[in-house]
Design a protein around this ligand. Structure first.
Ligand code: NAD
Length: 239
């Protein structure tokens, strides 16, 4: 199978760092995002020019099953699927609307089902493949004011473990990386004081970098398929 990775949510933050790390390692890339397609196209061009890999950018809402079908009709099937796209919702559960709930679960969890369902048939034919999901430490421990987000990531962890068992006989590994506090726009709602407060609870005494998450994800993509069904925390020893 060729070295060919599909990364969702690659326009910024952790997804962008994953795209750079994989291009540097020689992977051809399919990148997608929901809004910032011009930024994503610039990144794709930059990676093509710098690392001489093939890199294509697509706008696709991965929470929409039709959009995922349409995306897969236009691309080379990936040997590595990285489900990174996600959104956060911060607020009391009693203030959430039906739409807020559905949007969070659809974006963070249902999207991964749609992407895996589309990617797995080709991996089965090849008897190889890697699926890596980007989860959160809140998936295991839960966070106040982030109930829907925690539920979506807890569901993602269970999805990862169950799918790993389903696909291990077919030579395909499925793992998740559960991030702690990582320096991206997702945390831009936190004030400096709030950030300092959170960091004081992290043994590593600092916020994590997107590139650190990306390097763990690349290691998973390059490792044995016997490593499967794992939720690997990248959180500076926080949880
Ligand atoms: P970010 O907000 O910087 O980037 C999110 C990316 O997801 C963007 O590229 C956006 O276009 C894409 N996206 C959102 N909804 C989408 C949709 N419906 N379809 C396609 N793309 C969509 O966030 P980030 O911090 O880089 O987060 C990446 C992943 O890491 C998420 O799954 C997030 O839950 C997880 N995570 C982040 C942190 C953190 O502290 N930053 C902690 C734990 C987990």
């Amino acid at each position: 199978m060729s070295k060919n990775a599909l990364i969702t949510g690659a326009s910024r933050g952790i997804g962008r760092a994953i795209a750079i790390e994989f291009a540097r390692a020689g992977y051809d890339l399919t990148l997608c995002c929901i809004k910032n397609i011009d930024t994503l196209k610039l990144l794709a061009k930059d990676l093509t020019d710098t690392y001489k890999v093939k890199c294509k950018a697509f706008q696709a809402d991965v929470s929409d099953p039709e959009a995922v079908r349409s995306l897969f009709s236009k691309i080379e099937p990936p040997s590595v699927l990285i489900n990174n796209a996600g959104i956060s919702y911060v607020g009391l559960v009693t203030d959430m609307t039906d739409d807020d709930w559905k949007h969070t679960i659809d974006t963070n969890l249902s999207s991964v089902f749609y992407m895996c369902r589309a990617a797995i048939p080709h991996m089965l034919l090849e008897f190889s493949g890697k699926i890596i999901n980007v989860s959160s430490v809140w998936g295991e421990s839960g966070a106040s004011m982030e109930v829907a987000y925690s539920a979506s990531k807890g569901g993602l962890d269970a999805f990862t473990k169950a799918l790993a068992k389903e696909l291990a006989p077919s030579g395909i590994s499925v793992n998740a990386v559960a991030c702690g506090l990582i320096d991206t726009d997702m945390n831009s709602h936190l004030s400096d004081e709030e950030l300092t407060d959170v960091v004081s609870d992290i043994p590593a005494d600092r916020i994590g970098k997107p590139a650190e998450v990306a390097s763990v994800i690349l290691s998973l993509a390059e490792s044995t398929n016997y490593l499967t069904g794992q939720i690997i925390k990248v959180d500076g020893g926080w949880m």
